[in-house]
Design a protein around this ligand. Structure first.
Ligand code: ADP
Ligand code: ZN
Length: 598
């Protein structure tokens, strides 16, 4: 039986291309479902977490379907990042942006059908001239990156995304693939409508980033706490701090404490310095950047080994997004959030400035975050449940799963503390309440007659050390609220606690961190002579090509080379991540380095 010439390429054929172009053995997660639909010309919305391999789901079909895949992407930096990776794998790709001098060649190549991928910003894509351009060429598919930008429900609405549908409607036979890492149910439904994708075209991968380890600790010595993490993770890392001043100071202190290269990043730096620090970080294999949350958007560095928060993030969503910048390459990565009672007190204070109609939902966000911080159970389970999933009770890769913290019932101490706050008129800070409760008289206490209150001296020495953590926990959950003048007021469920209807527990972290098995790939054998030699080859190739080292090969690829010691190009081709193009361009240099090492 004769096969029809226009028959769609199969998933098996795509798997062959995957090996040839990217050097990967198989698809991951929902990639095959997405690619199968795209190859069959069916429009699709893929919701996949960071690092799940979204770009491959259009880059690969783009090389198999006749014509050019038009990719809409919101940031020039992101486009250029994608361009570098695509070209390094031998895919014919170009960007059409105001920053590109070679637009004439790009247009010619596009019209001549020589491009697999053409990246454009939504502002350009929505112009009539672009529609004309597309009519003069062959479009294989549309890929819409960061598709949540099309929805007002998403966190990053971009009005120009709304003009994409009329453009795509003008090319009715062409499949659309919308991609996003963050979209709740509401936003997903909206994206489908706004981009004209059928409901059965929705493919959602789980939110879980199993290679990321979560740890949340009280902030008692942030420099030492982050420096410890830096010792455990010699690779690149991001430390988020709340203000410019704190960024500057922490960067200096961490550099001094760790001896590693640490640079600051915030909106107050000279634009050249900021750009230079960002570029140096992207290219580096071991730099740490201390930044405000302005840093991160548009950075696609796959080998970030840790993300630390020196203060609480805005919400669970923000926490997930910011920590999500770690471990995109699938190798093990760590996160550490450091929190203080003051963080929550300030955040609750700010609620009073939020417009009335949004206050309840903002408070709920903060309560959810406090729940994540306070839990004695699995952090990942709390996170995933927040996103509507039904995860197992324990993940084995968060601080609480690795070492169960002690849980202490402190309801009685909490009642005493709340009662002291109430009886002293809800206008004194923790220090004063502590003195009252432990019976340490001073002038202020005498003046106000607080030494005659029934709560004076009712907390014994044994319980006194728990007062601070109890105050912290009560503030985090909103049962104690700091006023503008620093006094502590009752709030939230304080009355229920006082009446004994609500109990209070605190989590006591285990004293030491034992050696722990990692998830998602081994650690880099830093110091291993062959691995170091291979890194040097990669560095040299990266310098010559003007590319970040990870575009040449990922760490996992170098690790496999160091372990397998391929002696020939054909042996090297078996290593994960070595596609045909990279084999040809870089293979000999690595084989030489391995041979020289025998
Ligand atoms: P996302 O855009 O979803 O955050 P990327 O497209 O940047 O993710 O891919 C993340 C990393 O995973 C990239 O380094 C990519 O090379 C790698 N990757 C993607 N698909 C596979 C696969 N099937 N096998 C192995 N690695 C993959
Ligand atoms: Zn866990």
């Amino acid at each position: 039986m004769a096969t029809v010439a226009s028959e769609a390429p199969t998933l098996d054929a795509a798997r062959g291309r995957l090996r040839e172009l990217f050097g990967f053995d198989d698809f991951r997660g929902v990639q095959p479902q997405v690619i199968e639909r795209v190859l069959a010309g069916q429009s699709t919305l893929a919701v996949m977490p960071t690092g799940a391999g979204k770009s491959l789901t259009y880059q690969l079909p783009a090389t198999m379907l006749p014509g050019t895949c038009v990719v809409v992407s919101p940031l020039i930096a992101l486009m250029h990042d994608q361009l570098r990776s695509a070209r390094a794998n031998g895919i014919a790709a170009a960007t059409l942006t105001s920053a590109d001098a070679d637009w004439r060649e790009t247009l010619d190549a596009f019209r001549a059908g020589q491009l697999d991928l053409l990246y454009v910003a939504p502002e350009r894509a929505s112009q009539p001239s672009f529609r004309e351009l597309l009519s003069a060429a062959r479009v294989s598919m549309f890929a819409i990156d960061e598709a949540h930008c099309v929805s007002e429900w998403g966190h990053d609405f971009r009005p120009d995304y709304r003009l994409l549908r009329p453009l795509m409607d003008a090319f009715p036979g062409v499949a659309r693939l919308a991609l996003t890492a963050t979209a709740d149910a509401h936003t997903r439904a909206d994206i489908l409508v706004q981009l004209g994708i059928p409901e059965d075209g929705l493919i959602v991968a789980g939110f879980d980033r199993s290679n990321i380890r979560y740890a949340i600790r009280h902030r008692d010595n942030p420099v030492r706490q982050v420096a410890d993490l830096m010792r455990a993770e010699p690779g690149p890392g991001i430390v988020y701090a709340p203000t410019r001043a704190k960024v500057e100071k922490l960067a200096e202190q961490l550099a001094a404490a760790s001896g590693r290269e640490v640079r600051p990043y915030h909106a107050g730096l000279e634009p050249e310095t900021r750009a230079a620090n960002q570029a140096a970080f992207v290219a580096s294999e071991d730099m740490v950047i201390v930044a405000t949350i302005a840093f991160g958007m548009g950075i696609d560095k796959p080998d970030v080994r840790f993300v630390a928060h020196a203060g609480i993030p805005k919400s669970i969503e923000a926490f997930y997004q910011e920590t999500g910048r770690a471990g995109r390459d699938g190798d093990a990565a760590q996160t550490l959030m450091l929190w203080g009672a003051g963080d929550f007190a300030q955040a609750r204070q700010r609620l009073t400035e939020v417009p009335e109609d949004r206050r309840a939902s903002e408070r709920a966000r903060l309560d959810a975050l406090a729940g994540l911080v306070e839990t004695a159970g699995c952090r990942r389970a709390v996170l995933l449940r927040h996103f509507g999933e039904d995860p197992p009770a324990s993940c084995g890769n968060c601080d609480n799963c690795l070492e169960a913290p002690g849980v202490t019932d402190v309801t009685e101490i909490a009642q005493k503390l709340l009662s002291a706050a109430y009886r002293t008129g809800q206008s004194f800070g923790f220090g004063h309440l502590q003195k009252v409760l432990t019976g340490v008289p001073d002038d202020r206490i005498a003046q106000r007659g607080h030494d005659h209150l029934s709560v004076f001296g009712i907390v014994g020495t044994e319980d006194a050390r728990l007062l601070q953590p109890v105050a912290r926990a009560l503030q985090a959950r909103g049962s104690l609220v700091a006023t503008e003048h620093g006094g502590l007021q009752l709030g939230g469920d304080a009355k229920a606690i006082l009446k004994g209807e609500q109990s209070v527990e605190i989590v006591v972290p285990p004293p030491s961190a034992r050696s722990r098995r990692r998830r998602g790939g081994e650690a880099n054998p830093i110091g291993d002579p062959l691995f170091e030699a291979l890194r040097e080859v990669r560095r040299e190739l990266a310098r010559t090509a003007g590319l970040p080292p990870y575009v040449i090969f990922h760490d996992a690829t170098l690790r496999e080379m160091a372990a397998m010691k391929p002696q020939t190009l054909s042996e090297l081709a078996e290593i994960g991540g070595v596609g045909a193009r990279k084999l040809e361009a870089y293979g000999q240099d690595f084989v030489n380095a391995i041979r020289a090492h025998e």
